[in-house]
Design a protein around this ligand. Sequence first.
Ligand SMILES: Cc1cc2nc3c(=O)[nH]c(=O)nc-3n(C[C@H](O)[C@H](O)[C@H](O)COP(=O)(O)OP(=O)(O)OC[C@H]3O[C@@H](n4cnc5c(N)ncnc54)[C@H](O)[C@@H]3O)c2cc1C
Ligand code: FES
Length: 508
Amino acid sequence: MNVNSERSQSLWMATAPEHRAQPLVTNERADVVVVGSGIAGLSVAYELCREEQSVIVVDRGALARGMTARTSAHLASVLDDFYHELIRLRGLEEARHYLHSQVRALDRVEQIQASENIECDFRRLDGYLFAASDEDVSILEREIDACHGLGFSGVAWDRLPGTGDGGEHRCLRFPEQGRFHPLKYLDGLIRCIERDGGRLYAETPVVSVEEKGGETIVRTRQGHEIRARAAVIATNSPINDWIAIHTKQAPYRTYVVAGRVPSGSVVDALYWDTLDPYHYVRLQPSGAEHAWLIVGGEDHKTGQADDQPERIARLTQWAKARFPRMGDPEYAWSGQVMEPVDYLAYIGRNPGNDNIFVVTGDSGEGLSNGVAGSLILRDLILGRDNAWTDVYQPNRISIGAAGEYISENLTMPANLAEHLTGGELSSLDELKPGDGGLFRRGTAKLAAYRDTGGELHIRSATCTHAGCVVHWNGFERCWDCPCHGSHFSVDGEPLNAPAFKPLAAADE
Ligand SMILES: Cc1cc2nc3c(=O)[nH]c(=O)nc-3n(C[C@H](O)[C@H](O)[C@H](O)COP(=O)(O)OP(=O)(O)OC[C@H]3O[C@@H](n4cnc5c(N)ncnc54)[C@H](O)[C@@H]3O)c2cc1C
Ligand code: FES
């Protein structure tokens, strides 16, 4: 199981076939083992297979049904936290390397889909960043200066093309951005990996990753092991780390709606505004008559809101005000992004290891980061130089991000204190069918869910990653951990990393 089992279904899940793969049932060996089959894991596997490495990919659930199935799939070299902010924090040189890596990642997707004949609706198009208010025009002014300073010279002032009241505001146009259908692209990568001798296993949760005697050993819940020269942990949030990386990034839930617009009524482009959290918009073609307008935003820290219907309603209202020809949403879904304190992903050698590598900290740019990550990790594993390794170094500490570091790390002590406070429910009778809630039995804090048939499902509320208290997510009908982003099913099964052990039974 993985986040494929959460309640909402994305447009992508509904319009791409699910790839069937068997679980691992023996011990195996390979040059490289990749844990996780999202854009990051499959892109690494693809690159290494092209280099004639023997590669195994394992996933705890269905292949390609992690957060990549819940994205909005803007392919952007635009930085959602802004280049002027990145330059302030990390300097011009690192910001330039970051930009180059993102441009190269988009080029790589374009190249792969063309050379491998992957029909995934890839298209190059413009991206528009528009000011949410007149005051925010100053953000755009700083951003265009920063982009030009970095050599991103095609960025230009423009007016937002053909929308409602958003058209009044000035915006920046970024050339050479992209979009695709993420699951059709991953389906193509899987086909290529199999063609090149890669072995892929689904429904195979990994429970330990170890380095011993010059090799890495990955063990699965079913009791098998894979030995390899190198291991890549591409589980979105790393399963092999308790502190080093998890204190430097924080999980946020984000929401998306998709409704029809008549073909040609909205310019095919990527759009973002300057709010925090920001809105993100794009089109997905769907035949001659209409396209899907995909609109995202309304982010909140994971586990710290349970008002999702209101968030979906606000998103829809915002979209219809700017794109009046949009029909009622036919899809509404949520997912989670990991926000690094200094804006950039963590890609490289896992702190303290020689041959275990990690790719995480996707932020809202996890697709291009996953692909950039595949180029970096390919080079590191093959012993080649790569100019971007310092920028993404997982063990880096950015002094300029100390304030963000402190504020994001207040979540854990506040959450751990919840073990001592009272439960939210005074009696399980309060739970209506389809609802979940926390309650106390003796010293134990428990997570209870009453299913639509009236039956109760009760587990410990203690997250098996590092002991925080999980919170109910009524929209996805799962338990979310606010500390580092684990999700669990109503029966306690981990759906999203970093946790890999189920929530304990209520009486343990
Ligand atoms: C709503 C939304 C909108 C977004 N919009 C954009 C966008 O426009 N542009 C952009 O670039 N990015 C965007 N992102 C971010 C981007 O989609 C993600 O960062 C990216 O898809 C993550 O890819 P991944 O490979 O790291 O993780 P995933 O796709 O989550 O893959 C990780 C895999 O690891 C597996 N796994 C976990 N634990 C284990 C274990 N113990 N054993 C075995 N397997 C395990 C999971 O089952 C999963 O399949 C968005 C994200 C969301 C949620
Ligand atoms: S995800 Fe780390 S404590 Fe729950």
